[in-house]
Design a protein around this ligand. Structure first.
Ligand SMILES: Cc1ncc(COP(=O)(O)O)c(C=O)c1O
Length: 389
């Protein structure tokens, strides 16, 4: 490597194409256009008041110091209790790490597990940072193409077929970004058993748990203790900007995760940890459940509307706040289509090419992180746009 050059690892990291869309949306807004934002992957709701109040009480004291690398013991106890109540599983607080978002959890998990050249099976389409972080820690992501016929989720058969002597583990997400689809208990069991048979690791991204409609999400911890589970206060708890998440590791990785937290982060943000102590209260839960119900109404409205307009849709996604719409009826280049949709109709979406290389040009991700009124208006605008397409 020469002076003035960045590392080959970083060089191989792809940009987010949605940033082009967001930059263009901003330009249009500055020029006075009204833009409907369906590209954004974060709740539009503000952080629940009991959480803000808890942070304010803590900040009033002014003692904002580092916490233990693993996180506040009281918060880890509350998370352990959350697993007891929601999933009926016992998780020792010793295995729980408070991290800077699920992003921090992802780095700690992958840094604990990967050696140079280790292969990790990931889902395509999937959350793009997974593959990039695998690369950053010297591994090689091997994206497996999944499609609508398998609900956009990996199966045990996919894993067996893709496994090579270099493969070390598998990453899944349920509900998934960008598709909102989930694995049920028997599918998760199949995945966990297959990974175990190959003596690999399983990382289960459960960041969209809580934002699940008409059913319950299964945690990988209900199937096995020998899994890495990541979750976050960002999505269901409405705390994206607080940068707080958590990671649960098997016993054998506790010491590694501790050393990594110390070295990479020292600790997660202290004020956010104190704020999150209020995230599990009954008062907060009432607010979060109302928001979940609102997301469900939005999903129904957007799903029905897109279907009527001719987008090809899978069964209604059961979780998260995304619809991954097949736009083959209109284009074979969803990136250009989304730029045109923004320019001509003022509706911002995320092109499929942000989520992998498996037929991304056919797909657009719509996020229902905006009000029902805005979704209705967005659908009206898309209809008019398609009439002239
Ligand atoms: C599937 C998935 N995992 C992890 C993250 C990271 O979230 P955060 O770091 O805000 O917790 C996101 C964010 O969009 C996501 O969609």
């Amino acid at each position: 490597m020469n002076i003035g050059q960045v590392s080959k690892r970083v060089d191989s990291i792809s940009p987010f194409y949605v940033m082009d869309i967001m930059a263009r949306a901003k330009e249009l807004e500055e020029a006075g256009r009204n833009i409907i934002h369906m590209e954004v992957g974060e709740p539009d709701f503000s952080t629940p008041k009991p959480i803000i109040d808890a942070a304010q009480r803590f900040l009033d004291i002014g003692e904002v110091h580092y916490t233990k690398a693993q996180g506040l013991p009281l918060l880890r106890d509350k998370i352990a209790n959350f697993y007891r109540q929601e999933y009926l599983v016992e998780v020792s607080p010793e295995r729980i790490f408070i991290t800077p978002g699920a992003s921090g959890a992802l780095t700690v998990a992958l840094a604990s597990l990967l050696d140079e050249g280790d292969e990790v099976l990931t889902c395509d389409p999937g959350y793009p940072c997974n593959d990039n972080i695998v690369t950053l820690f010297g591994g090689r992501a091997k994206p497996i193409a999944v499609d609508a016929s398998q609900n956009f989720q990996l199966t045990g058969a996919d894993i067996t077929q893709a496994w090579t002597p270099a493969t070390r583990g598998v990453m899944i997400a349920s509900p998934s970004n960008p598709t909102g689809t989930m694995v049920n208990r028997s599918q998760l069991d199949d995945i966990a058993q297959t990974v175990k048979k190959h003596q690999g690791f399983l990382i289960s991204d459960e960041i969209y748990h809580g934002l699940v409609y008409g059913q319950r999400a299964i945690s990988a911890l209900e199937i096995s203790d020998d899994v890495f589970v990541l979750n976050s206060f960002s999505k269901f708890f409405g705390m994206t900007g607080w940068r707080l998440g958590w990671l649960i590791v098997p016993d054998y990785a506790v010491s590694a995760a501790n050393r990594l937290m110390q070295n990479l982060y020292i600790a997660a943000p202290t004020h956010s940890q104190y704020a999150a102590l209020a995230a599990f209260s009954d008062e907060t839960r009432v607010i979060l459940n109302q928001r979940r119900d609102e997301f469900e109404c939005r999903r129904d409205m957007l799903y029905d509307g897109l279907k009527q307009l001719g987008f090809v849709l899978l069964n209604k996604p059961k979780g998260a706040f995304y619809i991954y719409a097949d736009c083959r009826a209109f284009t074979d280049d969803s990136y250009t289509f989304s730029l045109e949709l923004l320019d001509k109709a003022g509706v911002a979406t995320t092109p499929g090419k942000d989520f992998g290389i498996s037929a991304p040009e056919r797909y657009l991700r719509f996020a229902y992180t905006t009000s029902t009124e805005r979704i209705e208006e967005g659908l009206r605008r898309i209809k008019a746009f398609l009439a002239g397409w």
